[in-house]
Unconditional design. Sequence first.
Length: 390
Amino acid sequence: MTAISLHGLLIAWIFVGILETAAGTYAWIRFFMELAPLAVLLLGGLWADRADARNLILFLSLFAVVLPLLLIPFADSITLQVAFLFGLGMALLQALSDPARQSIINRVTRFDIQRTVTVTTVTTTLAGLVGVWIGGKLETIGIRQILVIQAVVIAASAFAFGRLPALPPVIRAEESVGSGHGLMSRLSQSFALFWGIPLIRNVIGLNFLSSLFNAGAYTIGVPYIVTQVYQGNADFFADTMIWFMAGSIGSTAFLLLVMPLLHPGRAFICLQLTRVVILAALWLQPPVWLFFVIIFLWGVNMGITTTLVRTVVQELAPEAHRAKILSIFLFSFMASAPLSSLMLGTLVEYTNPMTALLPGIPISIAIFVLGLYGTSLWAFRSPSFDKPDR
């Protein structure tokens, strides 16, 4: 997560801060850079359910170590094409490995999945905070050194995974044989499993709407708000991300104290209304100190809602097909990225960066109404609440 967060800041700053890419062009770049990983994400889910998860991640980590090192010769003359290929390559590797990485959690935990996901989120977000802080020093220590640090951190991650025991596939051989041999057949089975569990289907659908205009406003709008509204540099951009992540860490740590929750869906539904206030307050262009406070509160909101959605999905997904279900959950989250890039990037291009915040307001209200009246999320009772620690 340290390397992923460092990469996220680095690739955004290369386009917006170094190359000064126009918002409309950046929108199309992000669209294509985030579109290709969607297909391989589902393949990663199928692969993870049929392979040793540890060995799969180690194999992909080798490529992830090499990729930043390949960019070093181009550090002084990065072009849009080179930056695009770098961002696309890392996104493809992450998409292939994420389903295996997420499904491992259920297999190694000694506690209920709510608290396990929460601890994992706190730990990885703290690690991500370090990555963002390092990325903020880009203009001080140089892009070559940043790329070397990224490669070293990924190598350390691979070393840690190598110390896990073997994690062979859970799915039985007879299940694999009976599930169809063609790729499309296996993908159809994955979506059939997903569609056959209404609560998972509804939660993932609501999360897709949220990601489309709320998470999208953060990834597309914030870099331009930093550079054009507040005239910030890479350090200011890093500070913005750090405040956001600090809010996410704090809220997730608080969740750990009160978990397991009996009705996690109720908190998710109610927090949609607080996001309306947060987005409206940011749109008013507050002074810098208040801007950081509101960004922190946005992180609090997003930290809780994202964690709650993920716990519900992981609690309800069948063990033998968990990676496939999680790949669809991640697919829905990632599918929103290219769409929001086009819509919000074009909106920023023809208006101003603050306008990217506005669509999230009615969408948050719609999620509240749909979650309350159109799903069983309000009545959902978590199985973790009555499950003793192992």
